[in-house]
Write a protein that binds this ligand. Structure first.
Ligand SMILES: NC(=O)c1ccc[n+]([C@@H]2O[C@H](COP(=O)([O-])OP(=O)(O)OC[C@H]3O[C@@H](n4cnc5c(N)ncnc54)[C@H](OP(=O)(O)O)[C@@H]3O)[C@@H](O)[C@H]2O)c1
Length: 236
């Protein structure tokens, strides 16, 4: 029988923590992806105190391909029945400048983490996930450029991640693989990523974690879909 075992990257805080928590409360066994033992342990003790079955944590630093190779070795050995990867970890880049003034270092770092690191981890975990009839869920933003919210480094890195999802979904389908990939836009969510903004239209990590869990558990095939939980709203 398929085991409900999920790895959530960036699960020590923010949306990743909310998703790990609500998937865990709905019966999923949880592996925490984090890049710091202390932060991982803090999340684990909070989750286990709620009765969630946390199987452990894996050190995942998306900016470091060597680290990702080691992480995948650990996953192969300790969690060979992994059936869900939630690609949640990500960085905002610089949201305070316009496109023209975005520093190249920021563009490189943001693309490196949000797209290249996410793709590398996904690519290396595909064999395990396929064996387990698994799924990959990406936490992202729309590729279309919004007229009132358009931080270049961030939206470009996420557009690349969205393209990755589209290509892989099509190829999985064409090859008849028992593997599914789709993307979810949680909508504006109050987290460290945006300085814990609480403007109208923002939601908290509990609401988003719960809604994403309902989506993941809905029994439907979402291959290739881009699903918006909440839209980006105009800041008045
Ligand atoms: N908040 C929003 O409004 C919003 C809206 C749409 C989409 N999203 C997406 O949701 C995801 C989670 O964001 P969030 O708002 O929850 O942000 P957050 O609270 O800042 O959490 C980000 C998580 O990613 C981890 N992370 C950062 N850089 C990493 C790296 N190089 N390698 C591995 N892990 C790394 C962080 O770990 P550390 O604690 O070690 O830094 C943290 O666990 C992101 O992909 C973001 O783009 C957010």
């Amino acid at each position: 029988m398929k085991e409900r075992l999920v790895l959530v990257t960036g699960a020590n805080k923010g949306i990743g923590f909310g998703v790990a928590k609500h998937l865990g409360l709905s019966g999923w066994k949880v592996v925490i992806g984090a890049r710091n033992e202390e932060r991982a342990d803090q999340a684990i003790s909070e989750l286990t105190s709620l009765g969630i079955d946390v199987q452990g944590w894996v050190n995942i630093e998306l900016a470091d391909l060597k680290n990702l190779e080691q992480a995948v070795e650990v996953i192969k050995e300790k969690y060979p029945r992994l059936s869900l990867l939630v690609n949640n970890a990500g960085i905002p880049g610089d949201m305070s400048v316009d496109g023209e003034h975005t520093e190249m270092d920021v563009v490189k770092e943001t693309v490196n983490v949000n797209y290249i690191g996410t793709f590398a981890l996904t690519k290396m975990l595909i064999p395990i996930l396929e064996k387990n009839d698994g799924r990959i869920v990406n936490v992202t933003v729309p590729s279309e450029v919004s007229s009132y919210w358009h931080p270049l480094a961030y939206v470009a890195s996420k557009a690349a991640q969205n393209a990755m999802m589209g290509v892989l979904a099509m190829e999985f389908q064409q090859a008849g693989k028992s593997l599914e990939i789709f993307s979810v836009h949680p909508g504006p969510t109050t987290t460290d990523l945006n300085g814990n903004m609480k403007l109208p239209g923002f939601h908290d990590i509990e609401t988003v974690g719960q809604k994403m869990t309902e989506l993941i558990n809905d029994g439907q095939n979402h291959q290739g879909e881009f699903i918006e939980l909440y839209p980006i709203v105009k800041e008045d």
